[in-house]
Design a protein around this ligand. Sequence first.
Ligand SMILES: Cc1cc2nc3c(=O)[nH]c(=O)nc-3n(C[C@H](O)[C@H](O)[C@H](O)COP(=O)(O)O)c2cc1C
Length: 352
Amino acid sequence: MADTRRLLELLRVRHPVVQAPMAGAQDQELAIAVGEAGGLGSLPCALLTPSDVRRMVGQFRQATRAPLNLNFFCHSAPAPDATADAEFRALLAPYYRELGVDARAPGSAPERQPFNREHCGLVEELRPEVVSFHFGLPTPELLRRVRATGATIMASATTVAEARKLTAAGCDVIIAQGAEAGGHRSMFLTSDVAGQVGTFALVPQVVDAVNVPVLAAGGVGDARGVVAALALGASGVQVGTAYLFCIESRISALYRRALTMAHDDETRITNVFTGRPARALRNRLVDELGPLNAAVPAFPLAANSLAPLRAHAERAGLADFSPLWAGQAAALPGQRSARELTLLLARAAGTA
Ligand SMILES: Cc1cc2nc3c(=O)[nH]c(=O)nc-3n(C[C@H](O)[C@H](O)[C@H](O)COP(=O)(O)O)c2cc1C
């Protein structure tokens, strides 16, 4: 059953609209604008150093009294694997040759650390009102420490079984992430991409299976998506791709241009960029090596071998090797400010 009032209490916001945390695509400015408009602003911490997180949270707190969601990844960090790395480099060798990039150049993708003691210390220090997790949950001990801060805990589920597991572990809100969603699939109990469930089917089944508020994520591109999500029993929405179009997002001109030209059928769930399935706009790498390729090293190691190619191509104005994360509704939203988008979605939810 939709329980929007309970969701608003848990998130301490006026509108049941959560700006999805989008690692690499935003900073505190997007979160501030959404928070000021009465939605929940999120700060993705997966690619940030602790000092970056401190700085951004400090700026957020200076700018607004709105609550804040800090978001972390919970993958298991793989051991460095020289053989897998060499195999992937061999697969990429033709591109290195074509672009004239030194194939032995060390990779320089930002680190993606799973939620650890240091992150937990940050949560205890910075006291975000909400903490959300992607790819499952941290260890019970770390989760207990997060809970002890008083934060509302949210996590993404891509199946009913994942939603059940998250609620059994004590999550206060479930983010039902349908297959339409942009960015990484949060899948943590399954690796079967073909079995991933669309938002329209996932949301009501998760709502029936758990007794906490559910946010619908994936494919909500405008007011109609909010109305549909609430009709399916969701208490609110978590929206990513539509917020990428806002002036407050931090994406390259190349990425922005690709997004504005996107059609409904131009995204793929692919593992070629990071080693984990994620929905992105098709580009040369996805078309030629993907969308799914068994030779790609485990998340997040793949990004290292791609980093020199990506940087070289971007300097030449090409997004051939760049992950252009986007959901299937990328053609719907169009450009607006984050405030306007939040209020548009809130009006559809009947809270503005
Ligand atoms: C550019 C981009 C980056 C993302 N990064 C994260 C992230 O760091 N953490 C997270 O929990 N979800 C991340 N997601 C997934 C969102 O939380 C959400 O599931 C998704 O955006 C919803 O689908 P939509 O894009 O169709 O609105 C990302 C999505 C996008 C588009």
